[in-house]
Write a protein that binds this ligand. Structure first.
Ligand SMILES: [Fe+2]
Ligand SMILES: [Fe+2]
Length: 220
């Protein structure tokens, strides 16, 4: 069944996040000039992508009878995004960044909390059977929003970070998840607002950690 509308209009996400666009853009413009901090930020994105991929694997393996080609593709692409961000983190860092530790991952604990609370809160609201679609839909909105700004920032700065392919895959996931469970626009708005409140906490932690990093202080 084709749903009416598009995920952006239905969720109200872009409108309700309008005030975050400029500060997020400022943060990204500043961090790409700070290799050590940028590498840690990329490693955090790698961790979140890995958690997303792992979540799909664990939740959908429990329902092995419905593990479809689409779901496997989604899982594989999120795993590749984790690899993509790790690879570029290490390239920029000029040294390996194994695992996700406090020392090599920006706001590691707030990022874990962001993901864990979102997953738990949405799963509780929609029930475990529908959690995959809804959690994914809400994550894809944020991923497309954030990576869209990020891509624009790196392109304008002529900074080598090829986000285009990844962004196209997130766009495709978003359309797929909207198709799966987007018909309830009221619930979509409610869950998107919930995610936005968690994102605000994560982002202020990121800004706090970045402003206290050594290479940022040296540059100031
Ligand atoms: Fe992803
Ligand atoms: Fe995705």
């Amino acid at each position: 069944m084709k749903h009416s509308g598009d995920p952006w209009t239905a969720s109200g996400m872009k409108v309700s996040n309008k005030q975050h666009e400029a500060p997020v853009r400022d943060f990204l413009e500043a961090i790409i000039d700070q290799p050590k901090a940028h590498a840690k930020f990329l490693n955090m994105l790698s961790m979140l992508e890995h958690m997303g991929s792992r979540k799909i694997m664990v939740s959908q393996m429990d329902r092995g009878d419905v593990l479809s080609q689409d779901t496997l593709q989604h899982l594989a692409e999120e795993a590749r995004h984790a690899y993509f961000f790790k690879r570029h983190a290490e390239r920029i860092n000029g040294a390996p960044m194994d695992g996700w530790l406090d020392a090599n991952t920006m706001t590691r604990v707030p990022a874990l909390m962001y993901f864990g609370r979102m997953d738990a809160g949405i799963s509780k609201r929609v029930g475990n059977d529908d959690a995959y679609g809804w959690v994914s839909l809400i994550i894809e909105l944020r991923a497309c929003w954030l990576y869209g700004i990020y891509n624009d920032v790196v392109e304008r700065a002529d900074f080598h970070l090829p986000l285009k392919g990844l962004l196209a895959e997130e766009d495709h996931h978003l359309a797929e998840m909207f198709e799966m469970c987007g018909e309830n626009h009221d619930l979509l708005k409610e869950l998107s607002a919930y995610e936005t409140s968690l994102f605000e906490k994560l982002w202020s932690a990121l800004e706090g950690e970045f402003s206290s990093t050594v290479d940022n202080r040296e540059a100031a």
